[in-house]
Design a protein around this ligand. Structure first.
Ligand code: AMP
Ligand code: ZN
Length: 463
């Protein structure tokens, strides 16, 4: 059997991975808070742990791995979005979950075995909080329930901080009812306009951290193998998860191996709205700001070209090269189907703390040596060269924004015609002619095509 080595944040070393139960290898990864589209950074943990999931399935058998990734669907950011948009919370979270799954499928990510939502596990969270109070690890104060960090001697061990360091370095919410400024919220009161559930402490809602402790306990038990997420979650989120779980279930060890991916940047800079380099996965897939659409497989390839424990830099150059490579590989494997295990070099690279860049270089070598069947067999474990290639790879170029403008104008023309406003309908037709867009009325509606001298600026003139 392949020996897997994984870097464990808890011990800061690369360790041989030994599952608690090889018949059921269990992994929990913190998922997104669902109020908006996933940005490119959010895709990194999804892809990193997707490759780990594939590797574990390969080594232990597809039916012997349980992967759980949650959706945080109760959160003040969601409440704020509902308040500003005037839309019901359930509608926002439902829509965002749908977007997230569509986007991650486009990147070739397998669905985890379970995707629990926080709102489905409120009674379990309440029970865990009651248990923590009973065991002297939590206390009620002014309708809140707080975890008492001083009651857990290992608090801070994962990220290697002392409580004093944390107080000095963190932006902790100072509240008069906290015994220690680092104490964190397990439960808080909800006003009538906010989502809330009945509890022994009145109508309220859970703090963020308790959901992962409650859901991992329910679905994976008091000890499981791997817990993952971005390294921005190490403190306070994971530190707090450990405190809650280890105090509620001291007989279990919670997660044996903690894995953290480093952050993603764009062209060497932190991705942020203010720097104008912020984009969502959907933006890339659809094409944005005049850029052509990027196939999901290209995004996956670029992401995997950096080791997960190093900062990852998304660049235009990498995107271009990945696209070229994948085109070439797709040609090589055309017409073939997977018929064997991955090449041992690819497997060995992944088994060595998920060394995806090394695995990709092995694929490059295999491709150079003209072994298309081996290339295809080996690409699968990285989630590459599977399924249909996106149509944007067939040389078709289109820009989502331009497409939307054309569709809008067709609609305008239809309305003008229905209103017998022929002057307006003719104006739209003339704009299409000037822009080099051919419109055809067919029995299925209006079809359109852009000609060789297509000039989108002429379309804008009409708006
Ligand atoms: P959030 O919805 O902000 O809780 O994030 C969901 C997941 O995306 C977490 O595992 C984060 O660690 C991860 N994440 C957020 N931003 C980035 C980034 N820039 N690079 C890599 N991972 C990120
Ligand atoms: Zn979590």
């Amino acid at each position: 059997m392949t020996t897997i080595r994984l870097h464990n944040t808890k011990t800061r070393t690369k360790e041989v991975f030994t599952p608690i139960d090889p018949d059921n290898v269990r992994m929990y990864v913190c998922g997104p808070t669902v109020y908006d589209r996933a940005h490119l950074g959010n895709a990194r943990p999804v892809l990193v742990f997707d490759v780990l999931y594939r590797l574990l399935r390969h080594v232990y058998g597809a039916d012997h791995v349980t992967y759980v990734r949650n959706f945080t669907d109760v959160d003040d950011k969601i409440n704020a979005r509902a308040a500003t948009s005037g839309r019901p919370i359930g509608e926002i979270t439902e829509e965002t979950i749908g977007w997230f799954l569509d986007d991650m499928h486009a990147l070739g990510a397998l669905d985890p075995n379970q995707m629990p939502r926080a709102t489905q596990f409120i009674p379990q969270m309440v029970a865990m909080i009651e248990d923590l109070i009973a065991k002297g690890h939590a206390y009620e104060a002014e309708g809140h329930v707080l975890f008492a960090v001083e009651s857990y001697k290992d608090y801070g061990k994962l990220s290697g901080r002392t409580v004093d360091d944390m107080i000095a370095g963190a932006r902790v919410e100072v509240a008069p009812y906290k015994r220690n400024p680092m104490d964190f919220v397990l439960w808080k009161p909800s006003s009538d306009d906010l989502p809330g559930w009945d509890s022994p402490w009145g109508r309220g809602r859970p703090g963020w951290h308790i959901e992962c402790s409650a859901m991992s306990y329910e679905l994976l038990g008091e000890s499981f193998d791997i817990h993952g997420g971005g390294n921005d979650l190490m403190f306070p989120h994971h530190e707090n998860e450990i405190a809650q779980s280890c105090c509620a279930h001291p007989e279990g060890g919670f997660a044996n191996v903690w894995m953290h991916n480093e952050m993603l940047q764009v062209e060497g800079k932190k991705m942020s709205k203010s720097l104008g380099n912020f984009f969502t996965v959907h933006d890339l897939l659809e094409g944005h700001d005049g850029q052509p659409p990027v196939p999901g497989e290209v995004i996956r390839f670029v992401m995997l070209s950096t080791h997960y424990r190093k900062p990852m830099d998304w660049t235009e150059k990498k995107r271009e090269e990945a696209e070229k490579t994948l085109r070439k590989w797709r040609e090589l494997v055309a017409g073939l189907t997977v018929d064997d295990a991955p090449h041992p070099d690819v497997l060995a690279a992944l088994a060595d703390d998920l060394n995806t860049p090394l695995a990709l270089s092995a694929l490059h070598r295999i491709a150079r040596e003209e072994a298309p069947q081996t290339l295809l067999n080996s690409a699968r474990i990285l989630g590459l060269l599977q399924g249909e290639f996106e149509s944007s790879f067939q040389g078709k170029t289109f820009d989502a924004e331009i497409e939307a403008t054309i569709e809008e104008m067709i609609e305008l023309r239809k309305i003008a015609r229905e209103n017998k406003d022929f002057a307006q309908a003719d104006k739209v037709r003339d704009a299409f002619v000037a822009a080099g867009v051919t419109i055809k009325d067919t029995k299925d509606g209006v079809s359109w095509e852009v000609g060789p001298d297509f000039d989108p600026s002429k379309l804008e003139a009409l708006k």
